[in-house]
Design a protein around this ligand. Structure first.
Ligand SMILES: NC(=O)c1ccc[n+]([C@@H]2O[C@H](COP(=O)([O-])OP(=O)(O)OC[C@H]3O[C@@H](n4cnc5c(N)ncnc54)[C@H](OP(=O)(O)O)[C@@H]3O)[C@@H](O)[C@H]2O)c1
Length: 342
């Protein structure tokens, strides 16, 4: 058996994880034990949430066994979702040749336990990489958050931040499929064009071009019924001023805040929340693992029917991994960021 190349956490980052916080390593692949299976990773996922798994401040705790929770230690393989093929199995539910996604880490091979499994890939007519994006974490997040908390209905206005990204582009399209008017907030004209040309938004606003407040007012004449918040920070301070009465805010991500230590200060929103009768909900997809497979089925059907579009961006080889999270926070990515190993 060959050696296993891995990316390990070398030092705990302060703020956004940089390439120098990781180290490449090589280790022999251990023999699999009872109930375990050996996966050869083909695609490694790169997700903004990885920052939280590395931070020195506490992260969210998750009830579901096997899901990401808490922080990882220095010297260990970087936690990540990955998609790969089973080479060997001592688990009756998992067969050699099965295609899986799971918590297999930033490495070429993973000796996995049942708790590491996220999903078996059944839509083999579609690219396997989709199981980490539109048909995996990102699409499932957008779908469950919006259908449970979004109050979607024809004519409602839904505002999405990181609108052209993996979660955001899915959220905008899912809201549109429910008859909503959709407005996206993005960084830069290329991403604004992507929103309009590929993801069917009714309007897109570039926060980097300035005057976000005036521009949002212009495209949101009746206010926002649902704000799908992926950024927090100043973008959301501005977005929240445009909430309609009875509006809902889904707090899904905090991409615009580079560090929560110390906690950044911003405007107080209690008065807006009170007078406009807002509902603000935090959402963590890993609280909804039971809903994961039905969500994937729904999303798969939309993709097959051509109703749900996606964009992927592939980095090549495991050596691309250490800088890949920093790139997300520079806004370098156009679509779901993945590392392709073979
Ligand atoms: N709660 C959950 O269960 C859950 C699950 C998955 C993902 N999420 C969250 O969903 C959000 C999007 O994730 P994704 O995987 O789809 O990534 P993505 O949107 O494909 O990529 C991240 C994007 O974040 C934006 N960004 C980075 N730094 C920023 C900054 N300083 N200010 C404003 N925007 C910034 C960039 O877009 P622009 O260039 O447009 O600024 C960048 O392309 C993240 O906040 C992530 O944590 C939450």
């Amino acid at each position: 058996m060959t050696m296993n190349r891995q990316v390990r956490l070398a030092s705990r980052p302060v703020g956004i994880p940089q390439a120098e916080n990781f180290a490449m390593a090589e280790a022999p692949i251990p023999a699999i034990g009872d109930n375990q299976f050996l996966v050869r990773n083909r695609f490694l996922s790169v997700d903004p949430a990885m920052r939280g798994w590395l931070a020195d401040t506490g992260n969210y705790k998750i009830a579901a066994e096997g899901s990401a929770a808490g922080n990882i230690d220095t010297g260990t393989v970087m936690r990540s979702l990955a998609a790969g093929e089973v080479l060997e199995s001592r688990n009756p539910e998992i067969k050699t040749g099965d295609l899986l996604t799971g918590w297999f880490g930033w490495q070429e091979y993973a000796v996995a336990r049942p708790a590491d499994l996220v999903q078996k890939i059944t839509a083999i007519d579609l690219p396997m990489s989709l199981s980490l994006g539109i048909l995996g974490l990102n699409g499932v997040t957008a779908y469950i958050a919006l259908t449970r908390l979004g109050g979607l209905a024809p004519g409602k206005t839904v505002l999405v931040s990181t609108a052209s990204g993996s979660v955001g582009s899915a959220a905008g399209q899912i809201a549109k499929l429910h008859g909503c008017r959709t407005v996206g907030i993005v960084g830069g004209p290329i991403k604004a064009a992507l929103c309009m040309d590929e993801f069917a938004y009714d309007a897109a606003v570039d926060y980097k071009a300035g005057n976000l407040d005036a521009k949002l007012r212009e495209v949101l004449p009746t206010g926002v019924d649902t704000y799908f918040d992926n950024t927090a920070g100043e973008i959301s301070d501005t977005a929240r001023m445009n909430m309609a009465i009875g509006g809902r805010i889904i707090v899904c991500g905090t991409a615009a805040v580079s560090s929560w230590n110390p906690t950044p200060l911003g405007p107080r929103i209690e008065r807006i929340a009170l007078t406009r009768r807002l509902t603000i909900s935090g959402f963590i997809v890993f609280d909804h693992v039971k809903d994961w497979n039905p969500a994937v089925e729904r999303l798969t059907q939309w993709v097959r029917d051509g109703k749900l579009r996606y964009r992927e961006e592939f980095l090549t080889g495991i050596d691309a991994a250490p800088d890949s999270i920093a790139g997300l926070y520079r806004g370098d990515n156009l679509g779901k960021r993945l590392i392709q190993l073979y």
